[in-house]
Every structure is written in C-alpha cells, then in structure tokens.
Design a protein around this ligand. Structure first.
Ligand SMILES: Cc1ncc(COP(=O)(O)O)c(C=O)c1O
Length: 401
C-alpha cells in the first residue's frame, strides 16, 4: 500500500492521463507526468502569464540582476538537490540529460591524441556528442566492450578499467544503461578512474526517482540526469551537477547574461525558456513522497525481477541452444531487458516491425531492440503497472510465434 492509500497497480492509472485502453510499459523512454504535477505546472504557467516580466526576470532567476532574495530556480534546486544528494550551488537545471552532457563535453579542453572512453552499452546520442568534440580536437573516442548480461558488477568495472590507457582523459558512463537496463557500479568505476587521473561524467538519465541516489557520495566529476523520466517532473527537465573543482570551468551550451558570474547564474538563464517544468519539481517531489519513494522503488524493482523470471520460464523451450543468463537482480533497478524467442527474427527492421505491431494491433507500448543476433525487449516497472500487464504482453507476443 502506498501513502495514497492505494494498492499499486492499474488502479493507480487514475493519477495519470494515460489512456486506460493502452498498456504503457515504456516509462523509461518517455516518462508520463502525473495529473497533479501537470496541474501544478499549468498553474505556474498561468501565474507567469498574469505578470510575465515580473515572473521571468524578478522571480525565476537571479542571473539578470533583478531578483530580490532567493530566486525560484535556486529554491527548486535546493529541493531537488536534497532529493538527489547534491549541494544546490553545484546543481543546475538543464532541459534534458543530453544538454547537460553536451555542456560538459563542450566546456572541457581536449588535445590531439586524447581519448574519451565510452561503453558499448552507452546511449548512442551521447556517444555522438563525444565524437563531435573529439573530432574538433583531434582526440579519439574509444569504446569499452561491456558484457551483457554481465555475471556481476565486478565484470563491468574490470571491462572499463581494461580499456583505460595513459591517454584517457574522460570516461562517460551510464548510471542505468538505456537499452540494457543495467544499474552500473558507479562509485567503484569512479574510484578506479580517479586513481588513474581520469575524469568521470555520468549519464544518469534513468536514475533520479528510479534508484536511491546520492550524487555527492559517488566520487564522480560530473553527473547529468533527467527529472522527466522517473522523478515524475514534466518535460523538459534535467539536472547537471559538477564537482567543486570544475565549477568555474563548466558553461552551458547556450551562453547568455550569466557568463562569468558563476556556475548557477550561467545555467539559470540560457535565454528565455519556459521554466515551469523545473519549478514543478516541487509538486513532483511531493507526489513521490505521497507514493513513498522507497516503496515505489521496491515495487518497481520487484515487478521487473519477477517478470524476468516469468518470461524465462515461459519461453525456456524456445531456446534449444540455451537462453542467455538472467541479469543478476543486484544489477537491476526499475527496468529489465529480456531476450525474445529467436523465431521472431533478428535485426533492426524486425525489431521496429514488432514494436509497431504490438502498439498498433495490441495497444502495448514496449521497446524492442536488436542486440547481437536476436531481438530483446525492455520492460519498465511503474506503480501503474502490474504483473497482469506482462502476462498480456507475453500472450500478445506468443500469438506471433
Ligand atoms: C542513458 C540515456 N542517456 C540519455 C538519454 C537522452 O535523454 P534526453 O533525450 O531526455 O536528453 C536517454 C533517453 O532515454 C538515455 O536512456
């Protein structure tokens, strides 16, 4: 039971605008904002429209020199900072994790021959960002091949350490990998990098709200994340945290009035944008507290751990050669990526066709990926999901075999 007094499961859909006729198993790709949080954002937008210049220039930001007292963005940063374990003066809002990562990449100076290490399980668009800055500097992007599924966390750390060289300047690593849904041992990875003089930039797109998070304790240099996935904040809302030593060197990708006035002033005004998603983080955090964050995370985790077991048992006879090993529960958060029966085909076209067909014919939204020589699906737990949703998915897929 949640603090809302409701049993988690489909009845929780009453708190979302999600259509009741669809089965939404993809909170990870595009998070769904709860009704109460969206209403709070809309109230903020109306408040802004009632006195726009006063709201935007005097209240929201202190970057324009017109704010009296604490700005509303700084207030929101304090509240979000308490939730993710980040000191507010080291924490800024960004539109999304992509822009936070790009801000770091474009602020760092790379030299010819330098290496930026990414992983084979990293997010493609982030790797493109690394390739872009590397190419300009004559640096190289190197990929650490990570095992999937890994037998344990140590195997992940070892694979990353094995790919470090004396030229490695920066490691970019996901806290929770996107397609493969692994929770990475970030503190151990960061310690290994630190001892070799390598900076660590964490892509925490799927971390806030999904897993317990204490950014300051991780020992990393930079941490960018999304709030608009698992922290229930409306789009577009992300964060960027920098260790103290880097604060004066990191600038937003869009330079505006704050330049030279410190990290938070630079990020708190990137030109005129709608700040209401950031300000609605208070309502999102209140919603999470009502759900009870620890209970929500435990429920979501158990959903996907049980689903992994259920699918493995149900489809074991489809893999004459033996199915890939299960992902250890310790490496799972609120998502799990599972192999599909080989009879469903392989390759990107087959993945897209199955994904579309599940949506258009069965109203099930679930990502299907081509990894290696077979198809996989990623399942998301969420408080509005229940085991029957995964049974429905299993039945729908079996009808295609
Ligand atoms: C690991 C990872 N990094 C980055 C992103 C990009 O997020 P956004 O488009 O909100 O910047 C995603 C999106 O799912 C992701 O899974």
């Amino acid at each position: 039971m949640s603090e809302l007094g409701l049993q988690f499961g489909r009845s929780m859909l009453a708190h979302w605008h999600l259509r009741p006729d669809i089965t939404y198993l993809n909170h990870g790709t595009v998070g769904a904002t709860p009704k109460a949080v969206l209403a709070a954002q809309q109230a903020l937008q109306i408040e802004c429209e009632s006195a726009p210049a006063n709201f935007m220039a005097r209240q929201v930001t202190d970057s324009l020199g017109m704010c009296h007292g604490e700005s509303r963005l700084r207030h929101a940063a304090r509240e979000v900072g308490a939730f993710v374990g980040a000191a507010p003066h080291r924490l800024a809002f960004v539109r999304n994790v992509t822009s936070g990562i790009n801000a770091v990449l474009q602020s760092l100076q790379f030299a010819a021959g330098d290496e930026i290490l990414v992983t084979s399980l990293g997010y493609g668009a982030v790797t493109y960002g690394a390739q872009h800055v590397a190419a300009r500097a004559g640096a190289r992007v190197v990929t650490a091949e990570l095992p999937f599924p890994p037998p344990n966390a140590l195997a992940v750390v070892d694979a990353i350490v094995a790919a470090l060289t004396p030229r490695t300047r920066l490691l970019i690593v996901d806290h929770v990998t996107s397609e493969t849904a692994l929770v990475m041992p970030i503190a151990d990875i960061a310690a290994a990098c630190r001892s070799r003089g390598v900076l660590t930039l964490v892509d925490g797109a799927h971390a806030p709200g999904a897993i317990p998070l204490d950014i300051e304790a991780l020992g990393v240099d930079f941490y960018a994340a999304n709030l608009h996935k698992w922290a229930m904040v409306p789009r577009s809302a992300g964060i960027l945290w920098c260790a103290q030593a880097h604060l004066t060197n990191i600038h937003p990708t869009v330079i505006s009035w704050g330049l030279g006035h410190g990290f938070t002033k630079e990020f708190d005004w990137e030109g005129t944008v709608d700040p209401t998603a950031y300000l609605a983080s208070a309502a999102a955090l209140a919603f999470l507290r009502e759900l009870d964050v620890a209970k929500m995370q435990a429920y979501n985790h158990q959903l996907v751990v049980d689903a992994q077991r259920m699918f493995a048992q149900r489809w074991s006879h489809h893999d004459a050669a033996g199915a890939p090993p299960l992902v250890p529960a310790a490496l799972l958060g609120t998502m799990v990526t599972l192999p599909l029966p080989r009879a469903l085909g392989a390759g990107a076209d087959a993945a897209l066709a199955l994904r579309d067909s599940l949506w258009f014919d069965d109203a099930i939204e679930v990502p299907i990926m081509a990894i290696g020589d077979r198809l996989w699906m990623r399942l998301c737990g969420q408080v509005y999901v229940e085991p029957a949703d995964f049974e429905q998915l299993a039945n729908a897929i079996e009808r295609r075999l």
